[in-house]
Design a protein around this ligand. Structure first.
Ligand SMILES: [Zn+2]
Ligand SMILES: [Zn+2]
Ligand SMILES: [Zn+2]
Ligand SMILES: [Zn+2]
Ligand SMILES: [Zn+2]
Length: 228
């Protein structure tokens, strides 16, 4: 948790909230947390957390020399996030920045996870539920497969230890989950699922968001026709 102590702050003398650390502050300001002990300088620059919109002292340059300073930005999109620095306090924030393997994607991360196709996503959800598995198992197994080179990510620099924001983490999780689903043997899925013919557009199909079409055709497959 964060503790941001402001001395002689012109607006909020006794505030201990991080929100008191306004980038425009003119007072002498000290931002403390359990892990970091740091005093903002008068001219010290701040970055705004993309999640809670609160400023934090910008120590990204320092971090390049000293890895003990917590990461303050996503490795992929480079947007600043405060969660690893002092714990993001936005209501509903699940932890907006973390190593991919530790990212809390939330219980709804499997909704529409497969190509935004709710029907296919529900098939996977049922498969997991009957085995007592959750998205955490999918992530852990997929990251292990990624490490073995069995699964692939578009951004090949991303591994389980890459520090990611929630959005970039979810995007990579969706890519991995598709491969996880692809690797489930047909024998472990209901006949009603495996007996459907493949849609010609496969995973790229734009009609698969419609329930009737999604139910009638399999979309866990590559596009086989109408390719340019
Ligand atoms: Zn500050
Ligand atoms: Zn990101
Ligand atoms: Zn934040
Ligand atoms: Zn946050
Ligand atoms: Zn289709």
């Amino acid at each position: 948790m964060s503790l941001c102590v402001v001395y002689n702050h012109p607006l909020d003398f006794f505030s201990f909230a991080p929100s008191a650390c306004a980038p425009t502050h003119t007072g002498l300001l000290s931002c403390l947390s359990a892990a970091q002990d740091y005093v903002c300088t008068l001219q010290g620059s701040h970055v705004i957390c993309t999640c809670c919109f609160q400023p934090m002292p910008d120590r990204r340059a320092e971090r390049e020399q000293d890895s003990r300073i917590a990461p303050q930005q996503c490795t992929v999109c480079l947007q600043p996030f405060c969660h690893l620095y002092w714990g993001c306090t936005r209501t509903g924030c699940l932890g907006c920045l973390a190593p991919f393997c530790e990212l809390n994607l939330g219980d709804r991360c499997l909704d529409g996870v497969l190509n935004n196709n709710n029907y296919e996503s529900d098939i996977l959800k049922n498969y997991l539920a009957t085995r007592g598995l959750t998205w955490k198992n999918v992530l852990a197994d997929s990251l292990a497969a990624l490490q073995r080179g069995v699964f692939l990510l578009t951004d090949y620099t991303v591994t389980g230890s890459t520090v990611l924001c929630y959005c970039c983490g979810l995007r990579s999780f969706r890519e991995l989950t598709y491969q996880y689903r692809q690797n489930i043997p047909a024998s472990e899925l209901p006949v009603a699922v495996t007996s459907r013919p493949d849609c010609y557009w496969g995973r790229n199909c734009r009609t698969q968001v419609k329930a009737h079409h999604a139910m009638k055709f399999n979309h866990i497959c590559e596009q086989t026709r109408f390719k340019n």
